[in-house]
Design a protein around this ligand. Structure first.
Ligand code: GLA
Length: 384
C-alpha cells in the first residue's frame, strides 16, 4: 500500500517535471506539435532566389492543393540579406524589396513566411549573420511577420557550450518578441544536437549534412536516422533535411522511398522543388493524404528500423489509433520480395493491411505480409 502510494507520488512528480520540461522546450506551447510542412527555396533556387520566386511558390502551393494537404510554411533560405544600417538593423537586398508586404500577402492566403540566418558573423553564402544582433534581428523578423527561422551554424566558432549558448540566445530573443516563431536549428547533427536541441528551444534540428538530389545521398541520410527516434516528439523533431522530390535526378520509386521514409521518420516536410513547374507525378508524391497522415500523426512518434536482410529493410512507426505505419524498402538492384513479420512490428498474429500509396485495403493477413518491392522503391502499409 505504502509502496503504491510512494510510486504514484513519484509518478506524479515525474509527470509534472515532464510537463514543465515540455513547456520550456518549444517557442510557445502549440508550436510545431506535428512536424512542420511547407516549402524552402534552397534546394531548387539556392542563391538565385527572388521575392517573385517565393511568391510564385506560395501561389502554386495554394492552387495545386498543397496548402490543403498541410504545406503552409514558405521559407526563404540564404541570400535574402542586404546590409545593416548605422543602427545595426538588417535590411533585405534588392531582390526582396518588401518583406512585410510579402508576409501580408502570405498571411492573407493562410500561409506562413520563414527566413534564414546564422549565429555566426556570416551565413554559409557569406551574407550577414546575426552574431551580436540577435535581439535586433528577432525584432526585425517579428516586425516583418516572420513565422519560422532557420538558424544555420555556418561561420560560427566555439565549442559545444558556446554553440548551445548561441542557439539559446536567439531562442530567448525570439520569445521576447512575443510572436510564435518556429525555431529550426541547422548545425548538421554535430555534438549530438538531438540531446540538447529541445533545451535551447529548437522545434527541429538538422541531424545530417546537406541532402542532394540523388538516391545515394537521400538513402544515406534517411536510412541513417535509426536510433534517433527517442529524441523526437511533439514540438521537437529530428530533421534529416528538406525534400528533393520533383527536382529531377531520382526516379518515381526513389522519390516514393524518400517520401515514405521521411513520413515514417516524422520528419519536417519542406518541399524543395520548383512548384511552378511541377508534374502531376511529383504533386501526387507530395500530397498523398494517407502517407502525409503518417507524418502528421498526433502521437508524434518517430519510426525506426525493425528488421533488415541485407539491402531489404522494414521500418515501423506507431500511430495514435494503435495501428502501425510500415515501410518495406528495397535498397538493392533488382526487384525483391520484402516481408514484414507482425511480431517485429508489434501487432497481433492476424492483422488487416492497407496499402497507403495505392489507398487500397489488401485484406487480413496472418503472421506476415510480403510485397514485391521495386529497385530503390518502397511499399507503405498501415497494419491494424
Ligand atoms: C547550409 C545548409 C543548407 C542551406 C545553405 C545555405 O549548407 O545546410 O540547407 O541553408 O547552407 O547557404
Amino acid at each position: 500500500m505504502v509502496h503504491r502510494l510512494v510510486s504514484s507520488i513519484v509518478g506524479l512528480w515525474i509527470f509534472g517535471l515532464a510537463l514543465v520540461g515540455g513547456f520550456a522546450f518549444a517557442q510557445g506551447n502549440d508550436t510545431a506539435l506535428t512536424p512542420p510542412m511547407g516549402w524552402n527555396s534552397w534546394n531548387h533556387f539556392a542563391c538565385n532566389v527572388t521575392a517573385a520566386d517565393v511568391r510564385s511558390a506560395a501561389d502554386a502551393i495554394v492552387s495545386s492543393g498543397m496548402k490543403s494537404a498541410g504545406y503552409v510554411y514558405v521559407n526563404i533560405d540564404d541570400c535574402w540579406q542586404g546590409k545593416r544600417d548605422a543602427q545595426g538593423v538588417i535590411h533585405p537586398n534588392e531582390k526582396f524589396p518588401d518583406m512585410k508586404g510579402l508576409s501580408d500577402y502570405f498571411h492573407g492566403q493562410g500561409l506562413k513566411l520563414g527566413i534564414y540566418s546564422s549565429p555566426g558573423p556570416k551565413t554559409c553564402a557569406e551574407h550577414e549573420g546575426s552574431l551580436g544582433h540577435e535581439e535586433q534581428d528577432a525584432e526585425t523578423y517579428a516586425g516583418w511577420g516572420i513565422d519560422y527561422l532557420k538558424y544555420d551554424y555556418c561561420s560560427f566558432q566555439g565549442d559545444v557550450q558556446a554553440q548551445i549558448a548561441a542557439y539559446k540566445k536567439m531562442h530567448n530573443a525570439l520569445e521576447k518578441t512575443g510572436r510564435s516563431i518556429v525555431f529550426s536549428l541547422c548545425q548538421y547533427g554535430m555534438d549530438r544536437v538531438w540531446t540538447w536541441g529541445p533545451s535551447v528551444g529548437g522545434n527541429l534540428w538538422r541531424t545530417t549534412g546537406d541532402i542532394s538530389d540523388d538516391y545515394s545521398s537521400m538513402a544515406y541520410i534517411g536510412f541513417g536516422q535509426n536510433g534517433l527516434e527517442r529524441f523526437a516528439g511533439p514540438g521537437h523533431w529530428n530533421d534529416p533535411d528538406m525534400l528533393e522530390v520533383g527536382n529531377g535526378k531520382m526516379n518515381k520509386d526513389e522519390y516514393r522511398t524518400h517520401m515514405s521514409l521521411w513520413c515514417i521518420l516524422a520528419a519536417p516536410l519542406l518541399a524543395g522543388n520548383d512548384l511552378s513547374k511541377m508534374t502531376p507525378e511529383t504533386l501526387a508524391i507530395l500530397t498523398n493524404p494517407e502517407v502525409l497522415a503518417v507524418d502528421q500523426d498526433s502521437l508524434g512518434a518517430q519510426g525506426h528500423r525493425v528488421a533488415q536482410e541485407g539491402p531489404l529493410e522494414v521500418w515501423a512507426k506507431p500511430l495514435a489509433d494503435g495501428s502501425k505505419a510500415v515501410g518495406l524498402f528495397n535498397r538493392g538492384e533488382s526487384v525483391m520480395p520484402v516481408t514484414a513479420y507482425f511480431r517485429d512490428i508489434g501487432v497481433g498474429e492476424s492483422a488487416s493491411v492497407r496499402d497507403l500509396w495505392e489507398k487500397r485495403d489488401l485484406g487480413v493477413f496472418k503472421v506476415r505480409f510480403t510485397a514485391q518491392v521495386p529497385v530503390h522503391g518502397a511499399v507503405m502499409i498501415k497494419v491494424k
